[in-house]
Design a binder for this molecule. Structure first.
Ligand code: ATP
Ligand code: MG
Length: 442
């Protein structure tokens, strides 16, 4: 993409209606624009990041046979009356009446709807297990929407739902999702840790939150630093005892309170110094709720003895739009956003220092034309001040910045700047590909 064509209108000054760093940076870099209280438009730069996160989530769900469907944003109130959540959900739920006076609502979550959908299809014990998910906008009329897309009213969520024949199998689905979430966050380049959690209005008996450490976060977290040593890369997803063991291993290193022997102890902490007390942002939340909805909605199947049983379920959410802000919140500096390369809107920023210099322009144009299919490039091809060009690349957080200047290019060199470390390398113009492969595995 050429900056001369891209919808990019960065702002130099901090907006005065934003207090959180991520909110300021998302506004300044032209990623989002507020359309109403707690309701945002995603501008091209923001949408690219949102879609990148979606793509990673989709890919990993697919690898584990978790299938995507798409449920509507608008739901009928009837199902919610049956589950008895219509009144419980309170003022957070946006209620709508259509022209025929039918009661509808804008979905804050989808347990009822999905239970109703699958109950028509999952009839026999042979049809289980199944896990389905969708990526859809949710609406919650938050009392105090704030911090931009971090806590807004309309937000994008990935929500998955598992269906099993009994507790044993449902717990296994829960553990698989627990580990899948860790894999997803790792792939996104973010360090989100699991913590035991309250179930809130979703209900149920077992629940974990995935929290990304950030000093501005709303959640208090306590964990043992050794949790970072646990490695899920080699867990065999077909081996149920290995999956359950791994989830258990994690539970040894986090706690809901700072008090060592209150509520839940750090089972493995031998060294008090390893215990971290910190804050973070909830980016994912998983729940096991068993028969809670299937009983209310009469969602049953026939077991291997021909007996009618209720389905056992869990639900698994990731706040995709919140993640965009959360990643920025945990990865920024005084110049702007520092994207992990996995979710960066563009991997490479190509900066032509001076358009008037023929050699630089010729090289930049050729590099862009022959490589923009291979790499994700934003090409600064405008005739604006160099300082401005570099500031924009830093503000919008481009991880690798290739700078083509007349002094270097006459000697067949270009500069490559790493956004995160600030390190600048002088690279021979014939060795760019080798360098990108070696340093960034591109
Ligand atoms: P919170 O405790 O932050 O209010 P929640 O526990 O009500 O969130 P869940 O029902 O667990 O939220 O929803 C799943 C995920 O959706 C959350 O982990 C979060 O990432 C995201 N999410 C929830 N509420 C909002 C919101 N108002 N704005 C943006 N994302 C949200
Ligand atoms: Mg939650």
């Amino acid at each position: 993409m050429r900056t001369s064509k891209f919808y990019l209108f960065p702002v130099k000054e901090d907006p005065n209606d934003a207090s959180l760093v991520s909110h300021k940076l998302m506004l300044r870099s032209c990623m989002i624009r507020q359309s109403a209280a707690g309701i945002y438009t995603w501008l091209p730069l923001g949408l690219i990041v949102l879609k990148k996160i979606e793509a990673i989530i989709r890919k990993l769900h697919y690898e584990y046979d978790i299938q995507e469907l798409l449920m509507p944003t608008i739901q009928s109130a009837d199902l919610w009356k049956k589950s008895e959540r219509y009144s419980d959900y309170g003022k957070e739920m946006l209620r709508i009446v259509d022209r025929n006076k039918n009661e509808l609502l804008y979905g804050p979550t989808n347990e009822e709807l999905i239970t109703d959908v699958v109950s028509k299809d999952l009839q026999s014990y042979k049809d289980f297990p199944k896990i389905l998910y969708h990526i859809q906008w949710k609406f919650r009329d938050e009392v105090r929407p704030r911090f931009g897309v971090m806590r807004c009213r309309e937000f994008l969520m990935k929500d998955a739902y598992s269906f099993d024949i009994d507790f044993e199998n449902a717990y296994l689905s829960y553990c698989k999702m627990f580990l899948l979430y860790l894999k997803i966050f790792k792939k996104l380049g973010v360090k989100a840790l699991p913590f035991e959690a309250d179930t809130g209005p979703i209900g149920g008996s077992l629940s974990h939150e995935f929290i990304l450490e950030a000093s501005s976060g709303e959640s208090e977290i306590f964990y043992d630093n050794s949790i970072h040593d646990l490695n899920i890369d080699n867990v065999d997803f077909n081996n149920s005892s290995e999956i359950k063991d791994m989830v258990l291993n994690y539970s040894k290193y986090y706690s809901r309170t700072s008090e060592k022997h209150e509520e839940k102890v750090f089972q493995n902490s031998t060294n008090e110094k390893n215990i971290i007390r910190s804050r973070g942002i909830e980016v994912g939340h998983i729940f096991y709720f068993g028969k809670k909805y299937s009983e209310k909605l009469n969602s049953t199947f026939l077991n291997d003895k021909g007996k009618t049983n209720y389905i056992f379920s869990g639900s698994y959410g990731i706040g995709i739009s919140r993640l965009v802000a959360a990643i920025i919140e945990s990865s920024n500096d005084d110049k702007g956003i520092v994207w992990p390369i996995e979710v960066a809107p563009f991997q490479i920023g190509l900066v032509n220092v001076r358009k008037g210099d023929n050699l630089s322009t010729e090289f930049s144009e050729n590099f862009y034309k022959s490589n923009h299919g291979k790499y994700n490039i934003i090409y600064e091809d405008r005739d604006i001040r160099l300082g401005q060009k570099l500031n924009i690349m830093d503000l919008i957080g481009i991880p690798i910045q290739i700078i083509i200047g007349e002094k270097n290019i006459v000697n067949n060199y270009i500069e490559i700047k790493d956004r995160k470390s600030g390190k600048v390398s002088l690279v021979s113009k014939d060795k760019i590909e080798v360098f990108l492969k070696k340093e960034y595995e591109l």
